[in-house]
Design a binder for this molecule. Structure first.
Ligand SMILES: Nc1ncnc2c1ncn2[C@@H]1O[C@H](COP(=O)(O)OP(=O)(O)OP(=O)(O)O)[C@@H](O)[C@H]1O
Ligand SMILES: Nc1ncnc2c1ncn2[C@@H]1O[C@H](COP(=O)(O)OP(=O)(O)OP(=O)(O)O)[C@@H](O)[C@H]1O
Length: 567
């Protein structure tokens, strides 16, 4: 159904091809997962199928890509629209209409489907993707995850033979991600739809894949095989596979269920190693990194420091930020309701909860982009929405869900120079941070042409240049591979050790397990849980990481903890 014959893509201004000599044959009715490190060319491969590469991106495509027999070099994306449905990494750039229902119908209208068919499919899709309550909503008022669901729904309604999805679950909460993947699997099984999907969070998707195509490194040929075959050699692997490797299990488990069946001996071993732990529980609290609260002596940290200067302390309050009784109503929609929260220096908080729960609204309130309807917000002793941005960036910085919202310059180098100037930081500060986060980002690249992961690294570096004592990150692992995520974790831990408070809104349960001291769970705009990570995630099946599920009833969170216990 999809065939690549000796395909190379060279973007304008690049001397070397981004992807090289790709031969790939994807049969009809299969769900194939495209995996590989950040920036390796996954979006480029997907774009070559939908025709966006090279028709919209520019550059040169050599070789031949055919979809359902049509050559994508001679057929523009418009001429493939009856066969291929595409969801890219940025749903907002897709939308052509203003409301949810219109958007779901749009693709079918362009194909001239009968009104009664359109009506039925819109209703089906609203139900399948949990969008019925939002049907009349303007798209601009939806949360990131709600928009991603609409974007997926809008390509499903015309029932294309081929679906091309670039990180379709990146903004979805864990339960919504499962729902969307189950819908895709049903299309594959019942309608014979062919799905090619790139996704970094393998823990969410690997069990749905018939085959996995791995791009191991830039310019290398793809390796196609069963999920188990590819995971055995892949540089990117989910926690369940990492645990399998650590425990020496063959074949490697791909699902929590597989791993639980094998985990008996490991659990026993861990039980005996977790000295002092009460029976039936692991030593998770003992083994976690020492709490990074403000009482921790900073001298215990030996890791290299990221910044030569220490962050400015909050002037009056012992807290970095305080939210009291905050209510935010936006266009008659109650986004937050009586939220009270204090954030201490050195603390890392994961803000979790379903799509639309109010996470971004809370972060935006802390950075002054939203004015409270009721209640108060203080950050660094200031009231954010009344503080001029040049002053505020030294107290609180937000890396938004869409990093491009923060980037204005034409090149990476110009963006970094501007960030150094705005923050009054030594020249080169921002550029060094970009390199540390994601090596290999070229100075003269336009931020728009960076891969998703590279853009995030740049936006994070821009914000960190001002060394704000309060750092806010909205869904920071979108587009990041496991290695980039590990580097992000290191950076954030170092910042926390220096006294920066960090709040991440995230659906990435593995990241929360790895990094957060504390989890605040929001539901429909209210705080429904606030406590130590181990307690909050372990008691919630949706938000528990893979290792917790595999080793329950013991309370382990990450492979690193298990490794440390076995050492
Ligand atoms: N339109 C473009 N012009 C120039 N370079 C581009 C363009 N699009 C992508 N690139 C470059 O090609 C490389 C591969 O990018 P691509 O987005 O395909 O990677 P990816 O594997 O999808 O990354 P991620 O996992 O971070 O989304 C990157 O170095 C990127 O900077
Ligand atoms: N501009 C807006 N106007 C009206 N309502 C809005 C607006 N932006 C967001 N909302 C609504 O406010 C609620 C909270 O949205 P918010 O973006 O804070 O959720 P979230 O928890 O960050 O979601 P996600 O996980 O999907 O990013 C949702 O019901 C959303 O639809």
């Amino acid at each position: 159904m999809i065939r690549f014959e000796n395909v190379s893509v060279t973007y304008d201004g690049h001397t070397e091809p981004t992807v090289r000599d790709i031969d790939l044959d994807i049969p009809e009715g299969e769900l194939v997962l495209l995996v590989g490190p950040s920036g390796v060319g996954k979006s480029t491969v997907l774009g070559a199928v939908s025709g966006l590469v090279p028709h919209f991106t520019g550059g040169t495509l050599r070789g031949r890509v055919t979809v359902a027999g049509r050559d994508t070099r001679t057929h523009k994306p418009r001429e493939l629209a009856d066969v291929v449905g595409t969801v890219g990494q940025d749903p907002l750039s897709h939308f052509v209409t203003d409301t949810v229902e219109d958007e779901l119908a749009y693709g079918m209208e362009s194909l001239g489907l009968a009104p009664e068919v359109m009506r039925r499919r819109v209703e089906e899709t609203l139900d399948l993707l949990g969008l019925a309550d939002l049907r009349d909503r303007p798209i601009a008022t939806l949360s990131g995850g709600q928009q991603q669901r609409v974007a997926i729904g809008s390509v499903l309604t015309p029932h294309p033979q081929v679906l091309i999805l670039d990180e379709p679950t990146s903004a979805l909460d864990p339960a919504a991600a499962e729902e969307v993947l189950a819908v895709l699997q049903r299309l594959v099984h019942d309608l014979g739809t062919t799905v090619l999907m790139a996704e970094h969070r393998l823990e969410r998707v690997i069990q749905y894949a018939d085959q996995v195509a791995l791009l191991p490194s830039p310019g290398a040929s793809p390796v196609l095989g069963t999920p188990a075959e590819v995971m055995a050699i892949s540089p990117v692997t989910p926690p369940v596979v990492d645990l399998g490797r650590l425990a020496g299990w063959t074949p490697l488990p791909l699902t929590v269920r597989d791993a639980r069946r094998r985990a008996g001996a490991l659990r026993e071993q861990l039980e005996t190693r977790s000295l002092g732990a009460e029976k039936g529980r692991g030593a998770v609290l003992d083994l976690r990194l020492p709490p990074r609260g403000r009482d921790q002596p900073q001298t215990t940290r030996t890791r290299r420091r990221w910044f030569s200067r220490t962050p400015q302390p909050a002037p009056q309050s012992p807290h970095t930020a305080e939210v009291k009784d905050l209510t935010v109503t936006r266009a008659q929609i109650r986004a937050l309701h009586h939220v009270t929260l204090t954030i201490a220096p050195g603390e890392t908080i994961a803000l979790m909860g379903r799509n639309g729960a109010g996470k971004s609204t809370l972060l935006n309130s802390l950075v002054g982009l939203i004015t409270p309807t009721d209640g108060t917000v203080q950050a660094g002793g200031r009231t954010p929405h009344r503080t001029p941005p040049p002053d505020l960036i030294r107290h609180v910085g937000l890396v938004p869900q869409e990093p491009l919202d923060l980037l204005y310059a034409d090149t990476v180098a110009a963006e970094c120079t501007a960030a150094d100037t705005d923050a009054d930081a030594p020249p080169g500060t921002c550029r060094d941070l970009v390199t540390q986060l994601l090596p290999g980002v070229a100075d003269d690249t336009h931020p728009r042409d960076l891969s998703e992961g590279q853009r995030l690294a740049l936006a994070l570096a821009v914000v960190l240049t001002a060394r704000p004592p309060l750092l806010l990150l909205d869904e920071p692992t979108r587009g990041l591979d496991y290695a980039a995520k590990a580097r992000l974790v290191t950076v954030l831990r170092d910042l926390a050790a220096e006294g920066h408070a960090i709040v991440l809104a995230t659906h990435d349960v593995e990241l929360a397990a790895e990094l957060a001291d504390r989890v605040v769970l929001l539901a429909e705009g209210e705080v429904i849980a606030d406590g130590p990570t181990a307690e909050v995630v372990v008691s919630s099946p949706s938000f528990a990481p893979q290792i917790t599920k595999i080793l329950a009833p013991q309370h382990w969170l990450t492979v690193a903890q298990v490794k440390q216990a076995l050492a």
